[in-house]
Structures are given as structure tokens and as C-alpha cells.
Design a protein around this ligand. Structure first.
Ligand code: BT5
Length: 250
């Protein structure tokens, strides 16, 4: 498949029929300082697609958008890097909206249609934070039988049709450019967008922290650094990393 629209939108573009992981590929190539921001690697199929915390991302060949975008953030305040997964989720959600598909962002890195995951984001930074690779998978044309987990959906399953993968990827690159510029200006407008697009704020949630501790509470807000605030029976927790499960209110 041709990626003409996406390659025009990107600062450089490689499409691989198959690879291990586009994030791994781009992290390696980005060590070359001449590789510009918004250089993009996309693929039809990954044999070692990565999720967070050593989890995997699974998608049948040709069924999804799977790509990684290079950023070299020079924010005055380096804590803004923490916003990037959410900013990417917003870029994906806005892209789907332009095709008439309503989605919500689940903090910190998923895009949901209804309650099901259509897209996941994996942002990985170099040790010195000089570059960040934003990787994402968007399920496009999988029928239910080819989705890897029960809470996954695809554009086909959710809406009965789908735009081309090139149109979707072009939209994501373009929206990410716009939102990345807005983030460099100020976090305030991004925070407003993140709150209004959030499926998490207002939900009862279980937070599973990276070290395994679990807490149940009400997600109430996203703070100026992009962290989730969760009100428990005894305190308000500020969550910067972890998994969030949306619980049904009893
Ligand atoms: C993510 O991790 O959701 C980040 C996924 C990022 C994938 C992209 S593809 C291009 C780039 N190159 C890479 O190697 N990775 C990025 P996490 O929040 O940890 O969620 C992972 C979990 O989502 C898995 O454990 C499964 O439960 C579920 N999952 C796996 N494949 C899925 C799919 N196609 N659709 C929905 N859920 C999926």
C-alpha cells in the first residue's frame, strides 16, 4: 500500500512491509542527530510489537496503522515531556473525529470507542531526553475474530467502515504537529483538551502502580503536568505512571 499523503506530511518517511517494532527501529535510527523531528516509520506487520511494561501489541498483517514518530523536544520546562502520550492520544482522537468517529482518551495512553480500545500509544525517550519516539497502533480493519483481546475494537467493528490507513496516518501526523506546537506554547490549552476528551475523569477507577500497589478511587482531574488526580476514601493521589482500569459505578 502507498503512503503518499503520510509521506508528504512527515519530515521523512519509511514504510516497512514487516519489522520487529517500529519504536525499536526509530529509537535506533534517532541516534543519528540529522534525523529530523517528525521522521516517521510505519509498518504493515510487527513481529515484536511493544506495549508498555513489557506487554505486547498484536495486529494481523495489513489490519492497522502502526507507526512511530520522532520528536526532539526543546521545551523550556522538561516536565512537559510527560504530556506527550496524552497529546498523541488527543491527536489520534481528533483524527478519528474528522472521519466522524467519536472516541475518548483513557489516561494515560489509550483511545477508546465506547469502552473498547481502538488505539494504544507507547512513548519512549532516550536516556538524556533529547529525543522521544511516539509509537501507536490503531486497529482499522480487523473483524472481531482477529482482535487480540476482549476489550479491543477496530474501526471496522465499531463503525462498519474505515478510511485508508494512509488517510488516518496523515491525520495523526498533522494533528500531532499542531498539538505539539500548542504544548510548547503552554500546557493550559492542552490540559483543557485532555480533560474534555477524557473517558477517565469522572470515572471510578482502579489504579495499578508500576510496583504493583492497587488503589480504588474517583478520577477527578488532570493536573498541570498531565498527571491524573484520584480521590480515594482518605486522600487525593497524584498518579504519574500506572495502569488505570475504569470500574462501573455500583
Ligand atoms: C499500549 O501498551 O497500548 C501501547 C501500544 C503501542 C503499539 C505501537 S505499534 C507501533 C509502535 N511500535 C511498537 O513496538 N509499539 C508501538 P499497553 O497500554 O501496555 O497495552 C498493551 C495491552 O493492550 C496488551 O497487553 C493487550 O492486552 C492489549 N492489546 C494488544 N494488542 C492490542 C490491539 N491490537 N488492540 C487493542 N488492545 C491490544
Amino acid at each position: 500500500m502507498e503512503y503518499l499523503l503520510s509521506s508528504e506530511e512527515a519530515a521523512g518517511f519509511i514504510h516497512l512491509p514487516e519489522t520487529g517494532s517500529t519504536n525499536r527501529d526509530l529509537l535506533e535510527r534517532a541516534k543519528d542527530q540529522s534525523l529530523p523531528e517528525f521522521f516517521v516509520i510505519s509498518t504493515d506487520f510487527q513481529t515484536q510489537g511493544r506495549g508498555r511494561l513489557d506487554r505486547s501489541w498484536e495486529a494481523e498483517p495489513g489490519s492497522s496503522v502502526m507507526a512511530s514518530i520522532l520528536l526532539r523536544p526543546k521545551f523550556q520546562d522538561s516536565s512537559r515531556i510527560g504530556w506527550l502520550p496524552l497529546v498523541a492520544a488527543l491527536a489520534i482522537s481528533e483524527t478519528l473525529e474528522a472521519f466522524g468517529i467519536t472516541s475518548k482518551v483513557k489516561w494515560p495512553n489509550d483511545v477508546l470507542i465506547g469502552e473498547k480500545k481502538v488505539s494504544g500509544i507507547l512513548a519512549e525517550a532516550s536516556e538524556d531526553l533529547s529525543f522521544v519516539v511516539i509509537g501507536f497502533g490503531i486497529n482499522v480493519s480487523q473483524p472481531v475474530s482477529k482482535l487480540p483481546v476482549e476489550n479491543a475494537t477496530s474501526l471496522l467493528v465499531a463503525t462498519g467502515s474505515y478510511p485508508s490507513r494512509d488517510q488516518i496516518l496523515k491525520g495523526v501526523i498533522s494533528n500531532l504537529k499542531k498539538l505539539y506546537l500548542a504544548l510548547a506554547e503552554s500546557t493550559e490549552s492542552i490540559r483543557d483538551l485532555a480533560i474534555s476528551a477524557s473517558a477517565t475523569i469522572g470515572s471510578k477507577v482502579k489504579v495499578v502502580f508500576p510496583e504493583g500497589r492497587e488503589v480504588i478511587g474517583q478520577a477527578t482531574d488532570i493536573d498541570a503536568a498531565g498527571r491524573l488526580l484520584v480521590l480515594t476514601a482518605t486522600e487525593t493521589l497524584t498518579v504519574s505512571a500506572g495502569d488505570v482500569l475504569h470500574l462501573r459505578s455500583l
